[in-house]
Design a protein around this ligand. Structure first.
Ligand code: CO
Length: 159
């Protein structure tokens, strides 16, 4: 268990496509544990492995009572669109409006390598799309309709 340093916007690793995972061993389990620890420490709802310096296709998310780790995730179905505000642990204090699908089906693998399918809606769907973007070297600011200005950011920080 360890809290890792979160790479920030501008870091080279955040801009490249992460590699497929093909070894489902204790190292993978440890990476996932560290990702959960780091996400909790920084009060995030999701994290992608490149954010802690590991360029592999691993994401974790925790939204309401759903906590999950997905390896090699791919969106296989998507419907609906919604604009909402997003932030990222790799660009603290900044927020932007991003269009995301409201309903998605994601196929991936568990930490043991078993195939799994996740059906998600709303905030969890948004979170998974944001984290999968990270695996493709995309940050929310790359796809945002617009970034919030200083006064809008202030309002969010006060909440
Ligand atoms: Co992020």
């Amino acid at each position: 268990m360890a809290i890792r340093i979160v790479r920030k916007r501008g870091d080279e690793l955040l801009g490249v496509r992460a590699k497929e995972v093909n070894r489902f061993d204790h190292t993978l389990v440890r990476i996932i544990d560290d990702m959960y620890d780091t996400m909790h420490h920084y009060h995030g709802i999701g994290l992608a492995a490149p954010q802690i310096g590991i360029s592999k296709r691993i994401i974790v998310a925790e939204v309401d009572d759903v906590k999950l780790a997905l390896i090699n995730p791919a969106i296989v179905e998507a419907a609906g669109e919604e604009v909402d505000v997003e932030g990222c642990l790799s660009w603290p204090g900044n927020f932007g409006e991003v269009v995301r699908k409201t309903h998605i089906k994601v196929r991936g693998q568990t930490a043991l390598g078993d195939e799994v399918e996740i059906v998600a809606a709303g905030l969890l769907a948004r979170c998974l799309q944001h984290e999968i973007d990270h695996l493709n070297g995309v940050l929310f600011c790359d796809v945002a309709l617009r970034l919030l200005d200083k006064s809008e950011r202030q309002d969010l920080s006060d909440e």
